[in-house]
Design a binder for this molecule. Structure first.
Ligand code: C2E
Ligand code: MG
Ligand code: MG
Length: 721
């Protein structure tokens, strides 16, 4: 102790006080005096002494009362208080301890040793204070670090946890100690056997261990802990007698790790495994299957109408749809769990993943050939057949599934996924809402497709197309009222290729815009040629892809094409299918309105099979509807077709729009349509689509009755009068 220690001497005997002061001062202490208990308390409140030497019996306030009060003062806990009692006064000694005295000395005082006694007392008290402090520090550190410790005596099966260990275990520290079984009782049921064995082994073999496991608190709260256990004393046979353990609550870290794992391996929207995890699972499944000579089915699921929902209802709706769909897929997989052991490698996770967008993959391990895979695929497809209600709208989503089997359809992940993907495209081709197995000819088809794409691009660059024209007929008198321009691809090897074989591909490759440009130019050029040859000018309808109608450049393009050949706007009409309504209808409406104002008529092609929203139909300036061929074809066989035709005719009348029936092949069809009030049509009954020269001959052959205008007036253009 560097500074001088202050000793408070409390005694009502002035002589005694003086002697004590003299003795202690000589020994180097600083002495303060008080003549009774009350004065002593006042002195303590002035400044804390390092030690109090107190007589027991004093007037005003005796030593016992003063000691008790002193202990209650702030900081009064740690000061050593030495009571001066009579030699044989056992009662006073006992009472002194009860009120919190640290020690006692007996009167008469042995002066020569008093100073030594005080010095020892001060040293002991300092040591105790330090001990308390370091205990407090340890306890704080344990609390902050969420770490506790325990000691375990094996022989009497007593485990004594530290304060923080009690807290981590969620047990009441009042019990002082616990038995091994009580401790094990706190361990999560699934981890208990493992922990029990680790303890038993440590006792048996005398080796420490570390273990991570879960604890379940009485509240049901689950914590993750890490325990590091050491053996500090061993039996002669090597077994452990005393063990110490550090127990660390690592819940926060485990949670963070779990979250990182979730982010890295799971899709945040659906909670399904993502591509990364799926690849790992599949890799593991393939290794397993290779060793056990079993089969694995890899399936590719693609939603049939996802893009439409996303485009028309927004991404929020798209997300909602994906969540519902993924739930359904997972459930459908769980049902078949007993049929084929789905994902036996990873017990809890069904091996279905979302690769992105509307693409899901499913892995079925240990399948017994194609039959097992069919069970799963059928469930998947069926689960998507039920309508989904999103934002109050009932939607039919549907999905197609492609299947590839390991090892027959591929020995590695990439090949299997590629082949399952190919098979999925094949399923889509065969009809949406179906599944299809991979077969090697698909690779050939994919190659062919790629080849066709290259050739098509080349054709678009060089304009290797030709227009054929199918006359539009007035049903009552079979006179030609116009023509529809239909494109053909002049293929170097395949000859004339019909649009159904390349327009779809052109859409996927973003070529329809350029094709539409070519068609518009070619149609205008042909019209000019006919005009110059003195033929009557009848309107020619050109087909444009729905996406082209949204193109802001379209009105300018149409105007330029007409201008170039000095044609009136009524010379051409534009046909688009109902799918224009599906995405960005506003852009279509804007362009169509502009074209309408220019005097260019717009017809809705293949009407009746698509998704026309009457609401948009009202706003789209349509001059005519072309009734889809399928209704005409089924007129004789399907009564509902007749009903639909009648309804379309009635609707067109009400809206004041023109009508053209397509694909008329039989006289009966013509008379039915005429009877119902449809006055125009096209079809093989009258003429197939023919080359420009042949069409000119058809025109020449029919003599126009006098006074009938060959071309309607330019103003208005649309047939909506
Ligand atoms: P669409 O616009 O509905 O054209 C009518 C299709 O039906 C034409 O086939 C036509 O030849 C055929 N057809 C006409 N009358 C009959 C009949 O009585 N019976 C039968 N069975 N068929 C008949 P095509 O020329 O093969 O065209 C098919 C589709 O390709 C067209 O359907 C149209 O959607 C599209 N298309 C044609 N030309 C173009 C074009 O220049 N651009 C774009 N984007 N699409 C085009
Ligand atoms: Mg058409
Ligand atoms: Mg059509």
């Amino acid at each position: 102790m560097s500074t001088t220690s202050r000793i408070l001497v409390v005694d009502d005997d002035a002589g005694g006080r003086r002697l004590t002061r003299a003795t202690l001062s000589r020994a180097g202490f600083d002495v303060v005096e008080a003549e009774d208990g009350a004065k002593a308390i006042a002195a303590v409140q002035q400044g804390m002494p390092d030690l109090v030497l107190m007589d027991v019996s004093m007037p005003v306030k005796d030593g016992f009362t003063a000691c008790e009060e002193l202990r209650a003062l702030p900081g009064g806990q740690n000061i050593p208080v030495v009571m001066m009692t009579g030699l044989d006064d056992v009662q006073s000694i006992e009472r002194a301890f009860r009120v919190g005295a640290t020690d006692f000395i007996t009167k008469p005082i042995n002066w020569p040793i008093l100073a030594h006694r005080v010095r020892y007392m001060l040293r002991a008290s300092a040591a105790i204070n330090e001990l308390h402090q370091s205990q407090r520090r340890l306890s704080n550190a344990q609390r902050i670090g969420e770490m506790g410790d325990w000691v375990w005596s094996v022989t009497d099966d007593r485990i004594v946890p530290s304060d923080q260990a009690w807290r981590i275990l969620g047990l009441d520290p009042a019990q002082g100690s616990v038995e091994r079984d009580t401790l094990l009782g706190c361990v999560h049921l699934e981890d208990r056997l493992r922990v029990r064995e680790a303890f038993a082994k440590a006792v048996r073999e005398g080796h420490g261990f570390s273990i991570q496991h879960r604890l379940v608190r009485r509240s049901g709260n689950v914590r993750h802990v890490h325990q590091q256990v050491e053996v500090v004393e061993r039996h002669s046979n090597g077994g452990a007698l005393h063990l110490v353990g550090a127990i660390h609550d690592v819940t926060q870290r485990t949670d963070a790790e779990e979250q990182i794992r979730r982010l890295a391996y799971y899709d945040t929207l659906t909670g399904l495994p993502n591509r990364v995890l799926f690849m790992q699972q599949l890799q593991a499944a393939l290794h397993y299957a290779e060793r056990h000579h079993s089969q694995v089915a890899v399936m590719f699921v693609d939603l049939d109408n996802f893009k439409r929902v996303n485009d028309t209802m927004g991404h929020g709706a798209g997300d909602e749809l994906l969540k519902i769909v993924s739930d359904r897929l997972v459930r459908s997989i769980r049902v078949v769990d007993s049929v084929s052991r789905v994902s036996q490698l990873d017990g809890d996770t069904p091996s279905i993943a979302r690769l992105g967008g509307d693409e899901f993959t499913v892995m079925v391990t240990d399948v017994n050939g194609a039959d097992d895979a069919i069970v799963v695929a059928r469930r998947l497809v069926e689960s998507l057949c039920e309508p989904v209600t999103i934002q109050g709208t009932e939607l039919y989503v549907g999905g197609s599934v492609g299947i590839a089997l390991f090892p027959d359809d591929g020995k590695d992940i990439e090949t299997l996924l590629k082949n399952a993907d190919n098979a999925m495209y094949r399923a889509k081709e065969t009809g949406k809402g179906s599944f299809h197995f991979y077969d090697p000819s698909m690779t050939a088809r994919a190659m062919e497709r790629l080849n066709t794409e290259v050739q098509l691009r080349h054709a678009v660059d060089t304009g290797d197309f030709v227009l054929h024209f199918q006359p539009r007929i007035e049903l009552a008198n079979r006179r030609i009222t116009g023509a529809e321009a239909l494109i053909r691809w002049r293929h170097p090897e395949r000859g004339l290729v019909l649009p159904e074989h390349f327009i779809g591909l052109a859409e996927e490759c973003n070529l329809v815009g350029r094709i539409g440009e070519w068609v518009l130019a070619a149609a205008c050029r042909q019209l000019a040629l006919w005009r110059d040859a003195g033929l009557p000018m009848l309107p020619v309808a050109v087909n444009l892809a729905a996406s082209h109608l949204r193109d802001p450049a379209l009105p300018t393009l149409v105007a330029a094409s007409l201008d170039r050949y000095q044609l009136p706007a009524s010379a051409i009409e534009i046909e688009v299918t109902e799918s224009v309504m599906l995405s960005d209808p506003e852009a279509s409406i804007r362009n169509a309105t502009e074209l309408h104002n220019m005097g260019v008529a717009l017809a809705l092609d293949d009407f009746g099979v698509g998704y026309s929203s009457l609401n948009y139909l009202k706003r789209l300036p349509v001059s005519s509807l072309k009734i889809d061929q399928s209704f005409i074809r089924e007129l004789a066989s399907d009564a509902s077709s007749a009903g639909i035709i009648t309804a379309i005719i009635a609707m067109a009348r009400t809206l004041g729009i023109g009508l053209v029936a397509e694909g008329i092949e039989q006289e009966a069809q013509r008379s039915f349509l005429l009877q119902q009030g449809c006055t125009e049509g096209q079809g093989h009954l009258f003429s197939v689509a023919v080359e420009a020269d042949a069409f000119a001959s058809l025109l020449r052959r029919q003599d126009l009755p006098a006074g009938r205008p060959a071309l309607r007036s330019v103003t208005g253009g649309a047939r909506r009068a």
